[in-house]
Design a protein around this ligand. Structure first.
Ligand code: PEP
Ligand code: MN
Length: 343
């Protein structure tokens, strides 16, 4: 249930509602809008008497949320969530039609200090505002390169210092959250970990924004329920990422579910990011799919770019050269303008 307060409701009135919710064995989540406060009531599914709240002072109305995800739902919060990230040198706003697209780019994995610093300068020059690069890599084979761990995080931080780009990097387990949070601006939860509930709880308790990737065999509702874990722990800065799902088609690595963009934006207020690199698995198709994603209403793109894709330690086949990424940005900018967004 969501309790919509009258505009101008006092702190005392809001406090009384919160207390009443807690008495009912539920948790209260406050969303402070420009005009009024909305209080989300989440917890068990026990029936609650709506009139208890309807009669309380300062309450405008009480709206039941029928969907299983509550805090992630548009019914709870009508306005788009805008996530603000400050790198010290610049402020980036992700989500909300008035804000530019989040352009995340960089190699699949951080391979060397030189490679990530060179990548940072190159993607920044091309128009990116966020640098990606894995320090901890979830690899199908235990014999594949697993990432440079904390050294890679230090190199990413150095790249941020030199360029002002924000950093997004993957965190694979709850015990890594404090370490990765020390260096990263955005914590990525990878597709393989979308339903790692211990990890979702851990990033939910962190103060860092989270990029939550859709599992390759997960429904949109499961993605939203995974986001709900993070939100219900008090971290409201969550981005949903469509990165392709498994289908019978094998020519491309995955199949981008373009439907997910308008559907997730309709069901939820959270920003939606598209990853055309893992969706296609082939760099040749990344530009076309990026344009489609932006045309469909995505709030940003996360794209793999490597200074020398042929030498990449992971995902070389889907990595763009800096030159092709520069061209991609120019094309995406024109599509963005057509749908009233900017790059
Ligand atoms: C990645 O971003 O490099 C990655 C491993 O992505 P996903 O979790 O979507 O496969
Ligand atoms: Mn990758």
């Amino acid at each position: 249930m969501v309790i919509i307060m009258q505009s101008g409701a006092s702190t005392q009135e809001i406090g009384a509602i919160v207390k009443q919710i807690e008495l009912a064995g539920m948790r209260a989540h406050l969303s402070q809008g420009e005009e009024r406060t909305i209080i989300g009531m989440v917890g068990n599914d026990r029936p609650i008497d709506r009139s208890t709240f309807e009669l309380m002072s300062g309450v405008d109305r009480v709206v039941p949320i029928l969907r299983p995800y509550k805090l992630a739902s548009r019914d709870f919060k009508k306005d788009d969530t805008v996530i603000q990230i400050s790198t010290g040198q610049r402020t980036i706003r992700i989500g909300g039609a008035a804000n530019g697209l989040a352009m995340m780019a960089g190699p699949c994995a951080v391979e060397t200090r030189e490679q990530i610093i060179e990548s940072a300068h190159l993607v920044k020059a091309a128009g990116a505002n966020i640098l990606r690069g894995g320090a901890f890599k979830p690899r199908t084979s235990p014999y594949s390169f697993q990432g440079h761990g904390e050294n890679a995080l230090k190199w990413l931080a150095e790249a941020r210092e030199q360029t002002g780009l924000a950093i997004v990097t993957e965190v694979m387990s709850p015990d890594q959250v404090p370490l990765v949070s020390q260096y990263a601006d955005i914590l990525q939860v990878g597709a393989r970990n979308m339903q790692n509930f211990a990890l979702l709880n851990a990033v939910g308790m962190s103060t860092r924004p989270v990029l939550l990737k859709r599992g390759m065999m997960s429904t949109m509702e499961e993605l939203l329920m995974a986001a709900e874990y993070i939100l219900s722990n008090g971290n409201y800065n969550v981005m949903l990422c469509e990165r392709g799902i498994r289908t019978f088609e094998t020519y491309t690595r995955n199949t981008l579910d373009i439907n997910a963009v308008p559907v997730l934006k309709a069901l939820s207020h959270l920003p939606v990011i598209v990853d055309p690199s893992h969706a296609t698995g082939k760099w040749e198709y990344v530009t076309a799919v990026s344009k489609a994603a932006v045309a469909a209403g995505a709030d940003g793109l996360i794209i793999e770019v490597h200074p020398n894709p042929a030498q990449a330690m992971s995902d070389g086949a889907q990595s763009l050269t800096p030159e092709s990424y520069t061209k991609l940005v120019a094309k995406v900018r024109r599509v963005a303008e057509a749908v009233d967004r900017t790059v």
